[in-house]
Design a protein around this ligand. Structure first.
Ligand code: HEM
Length: 406
């Protein structure tokens, strides 16, 4: 048996949905803030209403998929897969005490001041990448904005934050992507899992070496501070826990911010009338609402739990559609309109509740520096050819945005 929501989801998880998920979200909104699914596919329900999504994410009954859930779902075999073992041990896939311990450690060293201190480094990275873009324009007449800018900026920034040498990034990126391929809701094959396992082994070894080096000779980077805080005995976090969290933090920062930068740039290319607004913090916020880089997150509950009048079944995955919540007309009038002057603009793009994005202020800062500088340096920047969509449903953005100068 299938429900009306199952049918909409079939469209959403197709080529057409990749291109334009919003028409499917609009259909789901008509069915209510929460819709039960029966058609299989591994999900029990979708939450699309803004208020319902916000409420669910703050409700301790709803947990991220953790060890216990993996045991319920597929037996204990996940422990033999490094990618699953590492993810499950990280804050992103932990609830309760383990989650709090890791968050506390990171909050101690990854402070607003630390983010502010990174501003000059972000500015320098932006300027360096613009020089490379300029060279491409001189040389080839056009460049792919994703490859030349949106891609290297956030990975360069997170590397600067953590203390990973910039020269190591070319080695890092393909490995991070293999893990990312595995995280997508569709296309989880044995090969994808094996590649993600291998990437996890290699990245874990890398971090293990870096931690040992920083322990011996600390610098002013975040890894040194994390190690110092652990060694001071104030946190119940082991080196293995730290590796798991570093791996997830790098991945979470880089694969998402790429799309904030890419989606914002595409809007500026496609609708030049938005350019005067690109200097404002509200522009970045509206890009986040309008084209959320993370389209959904997942939760489950031990017991049946009621949300917005619908009873969600126990021990099953509920998809919280952040991209749909951001287009809920009850919360954002005329949701399909891009409008930087919206009052009380608080998109759910960074989630809500205990798992609220650890790097939200860093991502915002990167975008707030990047857009105005790009437009100032390249006022005649325009699209050279249609952009190519990123094939992931979970992460909304582009694989390529060819740009040129007029
Ligand atoms: C535009 C860029 C970004 C977006 C859209 C984004 C989105 C999100 C979302 C939706 C969550 C919540 C996941 C959930 O509730 O299950 C999250 C969590 C997280 N994000 Fe981000 N993120 C971005 C950038 C970053 C950056 C720059 C960093 C690190 C420097 C980062 C690190 C994390 C971490 C570690 C978590 C897990 C927090 C926890 O589980 O307690 N993110 N992010």
């Amino acid at each position: 048996m299938t429900t009306a929501a199952d049918q909409v989801l079939e469209g959403l998880f197709s080529e057409a949905g990749l291109d334009d998920p919003y028409r499917y979200y609009a259909e789901l909104h008509k069915l209510g803030p929460v819709s039960l699914l029966e058609g299989g596919g591994g999900y029990a329900a979708v939450v699309t209403g803004y208020q319902a999504a916000d409420q669910l994410l703050r409700d301790p009954r709803f947990r991220v998929a953790d060890d216990e859930f993996s045991d319920e779902l597929g037996g204990v075999g996940w422990r033999e897969h490094p990618v699953l073992a590492v993810l499950n041990n990280s804050m992103m896939y932990s609830n309760g005490a383990r989650h709090q311990q890791a968050r506390r450690l990171f909050h101690q060293v990854f402070t607003p001041r630390r983010v502010a201190e990174l501003e000059p480094a972000v500015g320098q990275l932006v300027d360096g990448l613009m020089d490379r873009l300029a060279e491409r324009f001189d040389h080839d007449g056009e460049a792919d904005f994703m490859t030349e800018f949106a891609y290297p900026l956030p990975s360069g920034v997170v590397a600067a934050l953590l203390g990973i040498p910039q020269d190591d990034l070319a080695w890092f990126r393909p490995r991070v992507e293999r893990i990312n391929d595995f995280l997508d809701v569709v296309g989880k094959t044995d090969e994808v899992l094996a590649a993600a396992d291998q990437a996890t082994r290699e990245l874990s070894d890398y971090y293990r070496t870096l931690i040992a080096e920083r322990r011996k000779a600390p610098t002013d980077d975040l890894i040194s501070q994390l190690v110092e805080a652990i060694d001071a005995g104030l946190h119940k976090v082991s080196d293995y826990d730290l590796i798991c969290n570093l791996l997830v933090l790098f991945n979470a920062s880089f694969v998402t911010t790429i799309h904030l930068i890419g989606n914002g740039m595409w809007l500026l290319l496609d609708r030049p009338e938005l350019r005067p607004a690109a200097r404002s913090a509200a522009f970045v916020e509206e890009v986040l609402r309008y084209e959320a880089p993370v389209q959904f997150v997942a939760r489950w509950s031990e017991e049946a739990a009621s949300l917005a009048g619908t009873v969600l079944p126990p021990k099953e995955v509920v998809l919280v559609m952040l991209g749909a919540a951001n287009r809920d007309s009850q919360r954002f009038p005329e949701p399909d309109l891009f409008d930087v002057d919206r009052p009380n603009l608080k998109p759910l793009s960074f989630g809500a509740g205990p798992h609220y994005c650890l790097g939200a202020s860093l991502a915002r800062m990167e975008a707030q520096i990047a857009f105005p500088r790009l437009l100032e340096r390249f006022p005649s920047l325009r699209s050279a050819r249609p952009p190519v969509r990123n094939p992931h449903q979970f992460l909304r953005g582009f694989a390529a945005i060819p740009v040129t100068l007029t």
